[in-house]
Design a binder for this molecule. Structure first.
Ligand SMILES: NC(=O)c1ccc[n+]([C@@H]2O[C@H](COP(=O)([O-])OP(=O)(O)OC[C@H]3O[C@@H](n4cnc5c(N)ncnc54)[C@H](O)[C@@H]3O)[C@@H](O)[C@H]2O)c1
Ligand SMILES: [Zn+2]
Length: 369
């Protein structure tokens, strides 16, 4: 298992290739067919992405053109109800064990269609074709699929590694800036946890990334390629989240608490932005992190028009309580993934999960409103 640049500039993770290229959505037919020999293909996408890209993908795949199965756009579609509907429709259309799914869309489509593929006929291949920045650099990489339930997000799912990932950074041209920003929060996270050079590049290019109409081709491609590399390098070292993969949770312990207290009305990237600043301060206050790092992170986030302070309605006590109900809290003790300094995470010797006393968390939260 490796995540190295290989022939034709492809990355690889768990045996599946990750292709990144401007214009690929129109030119990926041969790659898709080669990855899924003799398979009957079905596109799963959402109502916003379908009119933009589904016909183009189908045309790229050639005859027989894969039909598109469509869900309403947005997080409320990531349910067992949509999973039932899609699997029923595939069954009704006669898709058998020899089929494969093309997941075309953001993380919602990727997670749901991936879960359909993981379970349909006990598992058929999936090709992920992410069209949001978040999906390209995060959701499509790592093999996690699933749906939300009333009890919480992503509580029912499966690991199902895609046979191929195809990311066309040009798709970001049609993506609303708010969603670019949402993905950018994860890119900034990747810089903090693993790569000072990429953090600096992001800091320098923030305005060119969050501009109306999307980033230009060169910046979009570099943004996607570097962040896919960073995430897949981490995942490759840790297939089941036993150790180093935990560093990807930086900003997410507080971030998830804020997200849940806000009734999931705030975009994930905004919650993670706040979470990264708070957690970098927690690291400093706990005496394990560079005291200047939180401000450095906050500056880039501000330049991206991402929030850096807790919403005023959220009290420190409420945020602390919400961290305890996070599914990653084991046995009541909440563990954090904390940066020692830019590009280096603390706690390698204990699997990167660092318990922090409530008093420290509360003090930092009180200073972060
Ligand atoms: N599996 C994982 O490891 C993982 C990691 C991170 C996030 N996720 C999941 O990803 C989901 C969020 O993903 P998301 O932010 O991509 O949301 P999303 O899939 O809802 O996409 C955001 C919006 O953008 C639209 N859209 C997508 N591509 C577009 C394009 N190119 N042009 C115009 N509009 C476009 C969509 O229709 C949607 O309205 C969450 O459910 C989250 O749990 C999964
Ligand atoms: Zn995230």
């Amino acid at each position: 298992v490796s995540a190295e640049a290989g022939p034709k500039d492809a990355l690889e993770l768990h045996g599946s290739r990750i292709l990144i290229g401007t214009g690929l959505l129109d030119e990926c037919g041969a790659e898709v067919r080669a990855a899924l020999p003799r398979r009957r293909l079905a596109i799963i996408t959402d109502e916003t992405v379908a009119p933009l890209y589904a016909a183009r993908l189908a045309a790229a795949c050639g005859a027989p053109a894969p039909p598109a199965f469509t869900i309403p756009a947005g997080e409320p579609s990531k349910t067992r109800k949509q999973w039932s509907r899609l699997t029923d429709e595939l069954l009704a259309a006669g898709f058998g064990r020899d089929s494969a799914i093309l997941a075309l869309g953001g993380g919602v489509v990727g997670d749901l269609a991936g879960f359909v593929a993981a379970t349909y006929m006990r598992g058929i291949p999936v090709v992920q074709l992410p069209t949001t920045l978040l999906a390209m650099i995060d959701a499509a990489i790592g093999g996690k699929t699933g749906v939300n339930t009333k009890a919480g997000k992503n509580l029912v799912g499966a690991f199902h590694h895609p046979s191929l990932v195809i990311a066309d950074p040009r798709a970001l041209r049609t993506l609303p800036v708010a969603h670019v920003r949402n993905g950018l929060a994860e890119a900034i996270k990747h810089g903090v946890i693993a790569s000072p050079a990429d953090f600096v590049w992001l800091a320098t290019n923030v305005a060119a990334i969050v501009r109306e109409g999307g980033p230009g081709d060169e910046i979009a491609e570099r943004l996607v390629r570097r962040n896919v590399q960073l995430k897949s390098d981490i995942v490759a070292r840790d297939a089941r989240e036993a150790g180093v993969r935990k560093i990807l949770n930086f900003g997410h312990t507080i971030g998830h608490a804020v997200e849940s207290l806000g009734g999931y009305g705030m975009p994930h990237g905004e919650c993670v932005a706040i979470g990264m600043v708070v957690e970098a301060r927690i690291a400093a206050k706990a005496g394990i992190g560079d005291p200047g790092l939180a401000d450095v992170i906050a500056q880039v986030l501000r330049d991206a028009a991402l929030p850096v302070a807790l919403p005023s309605a959220m009290t420190p006590d409420a945020v602390l309580a919400a961290t305890r109900s996070d599914k990653k809290a084991r046995g009541g003790s909440v563990e954090y993934a904390l940066p020692a300094k830019l590009g280096v995470m603390a706690g390698a010797e204990r699997g990167f999960g660092i318990p922090v006393p409530d008093s420290v968390v509360l003090r930092v939260l009180a200073e972060s409103s």
